[in-house]
Design a binder for this molecule. Structure first.
Ligand SMILES: NC(=O)c1ccc[n+]([C@@H]2O[C@H](COP(=O)([O-])OP(=O)(O)OC[C@H]3O[C@@H](n4cnc5c(N)ncnc54)[C@H](O)[C@@H]3O)[C@@H](O)[C@H]2O)c1
Length: 313
């Protein structure tokens, strides 16, 4: 019997990961403090005997048994991680220490959900894993970016110092069902605005680009990484390299929703990166992974989720 612990398991990505692990036959312990992930994201799993849900804050040490630990606990959208920046840094740093110590005690493999924010506002494009980034350490995004950078440092130090088996994945923008409609992320923002007929808010001139990975593709990458040979530590980028301007994304969403919303231009937030695109050659080579779901198909699934959700509320 293999016990997989998922911190942040009630969140957007974590809940899909729990679904996948249960489907794969694992016992899953989902640990969450429900700060940004509602219990309803995993309520359908409570019928499963192999699924357990534990309310716990990862900034506090945890004493359980696990074979594999997926460390996803951390608010991921600027609205949420800037709400209590000190707690965000604590979640990344103290949370990483607590989970790494748990992995050391249980002799578990541990995977860190790191982020493309490690690269900051990059001057290398697309970003390979060897790029060390351009992050402002004192700006309003630093609690997240630097917290995640420090977590990576801790992972590699535990690996070097205690021979712990680590897996570090740098996740690029991911979207899909169960995103929070109010968290200010661009895909959910555009879809919700289009469905409600509200103006679509575009920051800056809308020419900044992002790449968008559908959540099922990301989860497949996380699972492949966890099962990779012990010599594979990462960091490995997981994301969809298809690059779109914000204007292109807005037009696609408007077309798929069939909405007549208009575009409204707003000033660009501080330290907002102009371009972000993963270099995924390493993921292809080492994990045999590449994204399969195109933006249009993924958006259709996500739009139908939000349509259902908005009619329920
Ligand atoms: N979604 C993306 O595009 C993306 C991109 C890069 C990295 N990531 C990383 O992936 C992980 C999951 O992101 P997500 O999009 O699902 O975000 P999310 O906010 O939906 O999920 C995070 C989960 O962590 C929980 N959490 C927060 N602080 C906690 C704490 N102190 N103790 C226990 N639980 C806590 C939240 O309640 C939530 O359920 C995060 O670590 C994030 O940094 C996500």
């Amino acid at each position: 019997m293999t016990v997989s612990l998922v911190t942040g398991g009630a969140g957007f990505v974590g809940s899909h990961l729990c679904d996948r692990l249960i489907a794969d036959g694992a016992d899953v312990l989902c640990v969450d403090n429900f700060f940004t992930g509602p219990k309803s994201n995993v309520s359908h799993l409570r019928r499963e005997e192999r699924f357990e849900l534990l309310r716990h804050d990862v900034t506090i040490p945890l004493f359980v048994e696990a074979d594999r630990i997926y460390n996803l606990a951390c608010p991921a959208s600027p609205v949420h991680y800037q709400h209590d920046p000190v707690q965000t840094t604590k979640t990344s740093v103290h949370g990483a220490i607590n989970m790494l110590e748990l992995a050391t005690r249980s002799k578990a493999r541990i995977l860190q959900a790191s982020t493309s924010e490690i690269y900051g506002d990059p001057d290398v494009h697309p970003q390979p894993e060897t790029y060390t980034g351009r992050v402002n350490p004192i700006g309003p995004r630093a609690c997240y970016d630097e917290g995640k950078r420090c977590a990576e440092t801790l992972f590699f130090d535990f690996h070097r110092q205690y021979s712990l088996e680590i897996k570090v994945v740098r996740i690029f923008n991911t979207y899909g069902p169960r995103m929070d409609p109010n968290d200010g992320r661009v895909v959910s923002n555009f879809i919700v605005q289009a469905l409600r007929g509200d103006d679509i808010t575009i920051y800056g001139d809308g020419q900044q680009t992002r790449s968008f990975c559908y959540v099922d593709d990301l989860v497949d990458g996380l699972v492949r990484m966890m099962h990779s040979e012990s010599s594979v530590t990462g960091p490995i980028n997981i994301g969809n390299p298809g690059e779109f301007t914000m204007l292109q994304l807005a037009e696609l969403v408007l077309r798929l929703v069939g909405s007549k919303s208009r575009l409204r231009f707003m000033p660009l937030p501080i330290d907002d990166p102009k371009q972000r695109q993963p270099d995924i050659r390493l993921a292809k080579e080492v994990l045999g992974w590449e994204p399969k779901v195109g933006l249009e198909d993924g958006l259709v699934e996500t739009i139908s989720y939000f349509r259902r959700r908005l009619t329920q509320s």
